[in-house]
Write a protein that binds this ligand. Structure first.
Ligand code: MTE
Length: 326
């Protein structure tokens, strides 16, 4: 007998009315950081989170990187046109606007190394190319939901984060995995914004890291991942707000201490450690009930866990006292 089990995402709920224009997160940060953010001028003006850039740049050629698509991870939505997903980005090391595409082309990925550190029997550094020989790549189409209420659906090429954890062989006491990303003053003009707690770091629990959805992406749309999307290797955590998905990773640390992440260090009340998607828990300055799809600007209802509850809700059943959604 064929029984169609409805997955978390398969709820026909489409909303058409855009929400009021909301000012971007940086322009409204409190205290000294906020004042400096406002003083940055044009960047702040571009931070209309429902806004579009007027000129979309031509895309640079990228080498093919094709891997078999894993049919388990269908997105239930149309794939976002590639030019949208690769020219509308958040990559603060290159600047504070969505138009960091040009600046990000300065990212140097040759001889990339990832340091494996912390609670490991064998802390070491591994070359990106060497790592690629030890993992098996696949393609997954994931929905990506930014905390700013825009969303995209893209085919990532990569491998499960769990595979990297197994390769690293952490000690049994390790409870968290922390990702540190590149901070290169020579190529990243955004680092001059000294009020940010560089380098950009993010972290997850070991249970989250071992979850089947947690992914390390090295490709996008069947080609190597472009700089602006986090070359050569980035995290992809589709049930969490996009800021958890750290780009251009240079260090992975195993620890028993819960990390304080980049945005959390800046404004914990707005960007907490867990940052799981939930339409019913508003950001302090805007609703999370709907999201704008890159490409069509259609407004659709946001789903709890970004629609991935079947895979991840069980991770959180004993954590009711934690601020899981902000
Ligand atoms: N990683 C680094 N190193 N620097 C960043 O500024 N921005 C985050 C995340 N990872 C960011 C980062 C945010 S806020 C989002 S929404 C996603 O990257 C955006 O990924 P995309 O540009 O590929 O859509």
């Amino acid at each position: 007998m064929f029984i169609h089990r409805r997955r978390g995402w398969e709820i026909a709920e489409r909303e058409a009315t855009p929400e009021a224009i909301v000012t971007g997160r940086r322009a409204l940060l409190g205290g000294a950081a906020g004042a400096m953010a406002l003083a940055t001028g044009p960047a702040a003006a571009q931070w209309n989170i429902f806004g579009r850039r007027p000129n979309m740049p031509a895309l640079a050629e990228r080498a093919p990187l094709v891997a078999p698509r894993n049919p388990k991870y269908e997105a239930g939505r149309a794939i976002t046109p590639e030019p949208e997903a690769t020219t509308y980005n958040n990559y603060y090391e290159f600047g504070q606007s969505k138009s960091v595409y040009d600046e990000a082309q300065a990212l140097k990925t040759a001889n990339w190394k990832i340091e494996l550190a912390g609670m490991l029997a064998r802390p070491r550094s591994i070359g990106f190319e060497d790592l690629m020989k030890q993992v098996s790549l696949e393609e997954r189409v994931y929905r990506h939901r930014c905390v700013e209420a825009w969303a995209m659906t893209v085919p990532w090429v990569g491998f499960p984060l769990a595979d990297l954890v197994k390769l690293a062989e952490p000690a049994s006491g390790a409870k968290y995995v922390v990702f540190t990303t590149l901070a290169d003053k020579a190529t990243m003009p955004g680092l001059r914004a000294s009020w940010y707690p560089w380098p950009y770091t993010e972290g997850v629990t070991m249970d989250e890291a071992m979850n089947e959805l947690a992914f390390l992406s090295v490709g996008l749309y069947g080609k190597v991942i472009p700089p602006q999307n986090g070359a050569p290797i980035r995290l992809t955590l589709p049930w969490k707000y996009g800021f958890k998905s750290a780009k251009s990773i240079v260090k992975i640390t195993f620890t028993d201490q819960r990390p304080v992440n980049f945005w959390q260090a800046l404004q914990d009340s707005e960007y907490g450690f867990w940052a799981n998607v939930n339409p019913e828990v508003s950001h302090p300055r805007w609703s999370q009930a709907k999201e704008r799809l890159l490409g069509t600007d259609e407004m659709v209802a946001t789903k709890i866990w970004n629609g991935y509850g079947d895979q991840v809700a069980s991770l959180y059943v004993n954590l009711k006292n934690e601020r899981l959604f902000a």
